[in-house]
Ligand binder design. Structure first.
Ligand SMILES: Nc1nc2c(c(=O)[nH]1)N[C@H]1C(S)=C(S)[C@@H](COP(=O)(O)OP(=O)(O)OC[C@H]3O[C@@H](n4cnc5c(=O)[nH]c(N)nc54)[C@H](O)[C@@H]3O)O[C@H]1N2
Ligand SMILES: Nc1nc2c(c(=O)[nH]1)N[C@H]1C(S)=C(S)[C@@H](COP(=O)(O)OP(=O)(O)OC[C@H]3O[C@@H](n4cnc5c(=O)[nH]c(N)nc54)[C@H](O)[C@@H]3O)O[C@H]1N2
Ligand code: SF4
Ligand SMILES: [Mo]
Length: 838
């Protein structure tokens, strides 16, 4: 892990929590209001709505406690709780230090008090009493819960071995001690199957290392090995492979974004939307332009409609192909760069094994290889819905830019053809050699260097077997048949067992966030398959309904907490906080509960090493501070709550560009592999279905339920995006947020009119996998022929009845079909549907 490596000297050291308050309005007022957490329904202090901007008008409180927003949106924003008599009265966010570095909470974070104090909080341990999935539970004691879990763990390990245990993908808890206790416990018991990739960047994380390399491709001696290694060493947002927005701000004259909407997915005061606002100002200020390629006019370009270039979802690779065609036809590619730094652009740099077979990228584009189709703008226009003239103009505009900053969000790769799409987008800067230079980017997401100032509770898993996360349902159903070459298993040749025990802490990926809920339901309710499911959450989510034992968690603001900043691009930080109020009912911390489970195995001392939860937090902090040398002491951090520092700008692949011999990429050739021999080998050796392909060069393939797959029954393409009112399904039960940004189906007026649908109508959306009901948002902000459902709404269907999902969860519509290479969740954004007035 990068430790402080990219940091500038500390420029602010804030003592006292109110320093910098006067600056508070300047920073991120655009993206979050400047005061407290808004009008309250649950406390007797209406003054709270006045906010924090006018000290002196605040309600009477007796203490301040810090914590950080623990959900997975990347903001890691700072909470400053004001409590009285052990109960939270109101919240402020970050008002410390330099305004540009204030991690100020968005509306979601500012509603956290509603979550903490919500009447639907889980407050007691429960066991299932109805059929699995029915959601019928009965209160039990902690003793019974802990005994049952210990017994089931012992039974599972004795009967099936440790490889029958799986910790499900779950992102609701970013903290030094949140999800780690469970993994630490399971590690001590002999281990569990690891998670490979993630639901965020599944296709990209699997595919990009073949083009730009990854440390995971190197063995301990530094030799290149690519097959059968876990992919976790590749970071989809590090500062080695990609440039920071601050670099665009400083030096770019054209920003081209593919499916990237920081105003929705990087909210919060010290997050990329703030960085992007500065980018726009600087780039426009020097006469440059922003181009935002998306199937919808997203919030980032809302108010700047001239920035929007509409495209049919899943077809970005076709657009890239046509641009490449123009550049090749007009002699605009940087052949010198391609020869010196890349493999496989044309015959001159094809690897021995593929030479003389018309397998190069240039052959593919110009119609002399692969599918023998010339990728002209006229070819791409009907696929992408981008007119040929617009494509030509775009090709010209990018080629004439001095420092084009080409960047992709993760929307384009979360499609069934995502593995090719993400590499295809990177071909734009590669073809014109605009990589590793000031103001340019590699085509990947803007760098968000993970500079962790402190570590987390240590976890050791003796098992190396790794399952691509989206495969967990298959692993429950037929894990014993899954191998490296038919299911993408990593770290071992095959799974040793079906998954029999699921540990699900702070996640809703059993159903809601996973995909194809109707199908997944069938697998999960079969108790002869997965025999035991433990879920820990704070509210009754759809996934929680499948628990055999359901545990109530104390939230971060209800215990001592610590988290180091993970994603934001300009700054890193650490927050240490004390409990702002007591957890409700019988909620306990996961650390304490896991210590008790360890005790049943005689492992309590190994688990705790004689330390309490709070001892660990202090020790982890002090270890970080010592390694860093520049951080406050423990007493100081407890007093001031938050410590931050600015990060240096980064240019992706700068070292490689400057001296490729000295700084080769971690690919087999050490170069950018436009043609990957390793992928060619995988394509030849893996077992693939007839409709699946793995391609050594980034080609346009429509993908499952992608371009060309619509039928009379399902005549519309359907896709999704990450929504403002929730972080995935987190906050999905807070009514006030739903009122601010509604769960609605985006549909173009042309498609709506054909169906007699008007804005506000409740419509039925039917896919081959299921049906939802949702309100229609009729808007020209979405391209005709495609509709979109914001992801993360709470599934709400009678699973013993018609299964029509009144909650409008997009994963009722997705079909379970892992992608060819990553075995990932491409269907998340690739669907075909019919829409009708309900
Ligand atoms: N179709 C489709 N599906 C998708 C996506 C998509 O774009 N389209 N996006 C995917 C992506 S990128 C991701 S990352 C996943 C995210 O999927 P998940 O990781 O499941 O994220 P959430 O839905 O936010 O669920 C987090 C859970 O943590 C719980 N939680 C919050 N705080 C606490 C706490 O203090 N203690 C405990 N025990 N629990 C807590 C919340 O109540 C919530 O149930 O979804 C994926 N699913
Ligand atoms: N508010 C909020 N913020 C979040 C989250 C959240 O749930 N809510 N989730 C967090 C997490 S875990 C993650 S992984 C990130 C997700 O970040 P992303 O994956 O980048 O988010 P998406 O909204 O899926 O996609 C980004 C944009 O791509 C567009 N798009 C989708 N498909 C295509 C396509 O085929 N081509 C093109 N050109 N555009 C396309 C969408 O309309 C959207 O505007 O966001 C994080 N931030
Ligand atoms: S949801 Fe994200 S942006 Fe909003 S407060 Fe939490 S971390 Fe910050
Ligand atoms: Mo994600």
């Amino acid at each position: 892990m990068t430790k402080n490596q990219a940091t500038l000297p500390r420029r602010t050291f804030v003592k006292g929590s109110l320093a910098g308050l006067a600056l508070a309005g300047a920073g991120s007022a655009l993206y979050g209001c400047s005061g407290g957490d808004g009008a309250s329904t649950d406390t007797a202090t209406p003054e709270a709505s006045i906010g924090a901007a006018t000290p002196g008008t605040q309600p009477d409180t007796d203490s301040v406690h810090w914590s950080q927003c623990n959900v997975n949106c990347g903001g890691n924003c700072v909470f400053q709780w004001h409590s009285k008599d052990g109960k939270v009265v109101y919240m402020e966010t970050d008002n410390t230090g330099d305004a540009a570095l204030q991690a100020r909470a968005c509306l979601r974070g500012r509603s956290m008090r509603r979550w903490l104090n919500h009447p639907d909080r889980l407050t007691v341990p429960m066991k299932r009493v109805g059929k699995r999935g029915e959601g019928k539970f009965e209160e039990i004691s902690w003793d019974e819960a802990i005994d049952t879990i210990a017994e089931k763990l012992k039974y599972t390990i004795d009967t099936y071995g440790n490889e029958a245990i799986y910790v499900n993908y779950a992102t609701g808890m970013y903290s030094a001690t949140g999800r780690q206790p469970g993994q630490r416990l399971l590690g001590l018991l002999g281990g569990y199957v690891n998670q490979g990739y993630d639901y965020s960047t599944h296709m990209l994380s699997a595919a990009m290392p073949y083009m730009y390399g990854s440390a995971a491709n190197l063995d301990d001696d530094g030799n290149h090995v690519t097959l059968g290694k876990p992919a976790t060493a590749f970071s989809p947002y590090d500062a080695t492979n990609a440039s920071s927005f601050s670099e665009a701000e400083a030096n770019s004259d054209l920003v081209v974004m593919f499916g990237n909407s920081p105003a929705e997915t990087r909210m919060g005061g010290a997050n990329a939307i703030w960085d992007f606002a500065r980018v726009r100002e600087a780039v426009n200020g020097r006469g440059g332009r922003i181009i935002n390629i998306d199937y919808r006019l997203n919030e980032t370009s809302s108010g700047h409609p001239d920035e929007w270039l509409p495209i049919r979802p899943g077809t970005d690779a076709a657009l890239v192909n046509a641009i490449a065609h123009e550049w090749i036809a007009n002699g605009q590619v940087d052949k010198e760069f391609l020869d010196a730094y890349c493999v496989g652009y044309d015959e001159d740099t094809m690897p021995e094994s593929a030479r003389g077979q018309n397998k190069s990228y240039k052959d593919y584009i110009m119609g002399t290889g692969y599918d023998m189709v010339e990728k002209t703008p006229e070819w791409a226009a009907p696929i992408t819905q981008v007119p040929a003239d617009t494509i030509r103009a775009l090709a010209d505009e990018i080629a004439s830019a001095e420092a084009p900053f080409i960047v992709q969000g993760w929307g384009p790769q979360r499609h069934t053809n995502g593995e090719d799409v993400c590499r295809a987008i990177c071909m734009l800067p590669v073809l014109i050699g605009k990589i590793g230079l000031p103001g340019t980017n590699t085509g990947q997401r803007e760098a968000e260097p993970s500079v962790y100032l402190v570590g987390s509770l240590p976890v050791k898993n003796p098992i190396t077997t790794t399952l691509p996360v989206y495969q967990f349902v298959n692993a429950i159903d037929h894990g014993h048949e899954m191998t490296a070459t038919n299911a993408g298993i990593m770290g071992a040749d095959k799974l040793a067992s079906d998954i029999k025990f699921i540990w699900n802490y702070a996640g809703n990926c059993l159903t809601n966030q996973h995909g194809d809920i109707n199908y997944t339901h069938e697998i999960l309710i079969d108790e002869s398959k997965c025999e035991f499911i433990v879920v820990w959450d704070t509210v009754m989510t759809d996934s929680a309904k499948y628990a055999d034992i359901l545990l109530p968690d104390a939230m971060r603001s209800e215990q001592m907490n610590m988290q180091t900043q993970g994603y934001s691009e300009y700054y890193t930080g650490v927050v240490v906080g004390t409990p702002a109020q007591e957890a409700p009912g019988e909620c306990r911390s996961s650390y304490d509960v896991c210590a008790d489970i360890a005790d049943k195995f005689g492992l309590k001392d190994s688990f705790t090493e004689g330390k309490t939860h709070d001892d660990w937090v202090r020790e982890l902090y002090e270890a970080g501070a010592e390694a860093d040398g520049d951080m406050p002491t423990w007493d100081e951090i407890v007093e001031q709550g938050v410590y931050k520092r600015e990060l240096a700008p980064a240019i992706g692949l700068e070292a490689f560009r400057t001296d490729p011999a000295e700084n080769p990429l971690a690919t087999p050739s050490g170069k950018i592999e436009i043609y990957s021999e390793t992928l060619a080998e995988i394509a030849n050796t893996w077992e693939l279905a007839e409709d699946e392909a793995i391609n050594p060069i980034p080609v346009f393939t429509p993908g499952f339920q992608g371009y060309g797959s619509v039928t009379e029954e399902y005549p519309l393409y359907c896709t999704g995006f990450h929504h403002k009112s929730r972080t995935h399904s987190s906050f999905g039960f807070i009514e006030e947020l739903e009122k601010v940004a509604r769960q609605q189906l985006w549909i173009n007026p042309i498609d709506a009119e054909e169906r007699g649908i008007e804005a506000g109508d409740i419509v039925s959306v039917v896919s081959p996998a299921g049906e939802i009901r949702i309100e229609a948002k009729v808007t020209p902000r979405i391209i005709p022929g495609t509709v979109a459902v914001p992801q993360g709404a709470w599934h709400n269907a009678d699973m013993n009845g018609d299964r029509v999902d009144m909650g409008g969860c997009v994963n009722t519509l997705t079909t379970y079909k892992p992608t060819p290479l990553a075995k990932g969740n491409g269907p998340a954004h690739s669907m075909i549907v019919q829409v009708a007035k309900a």
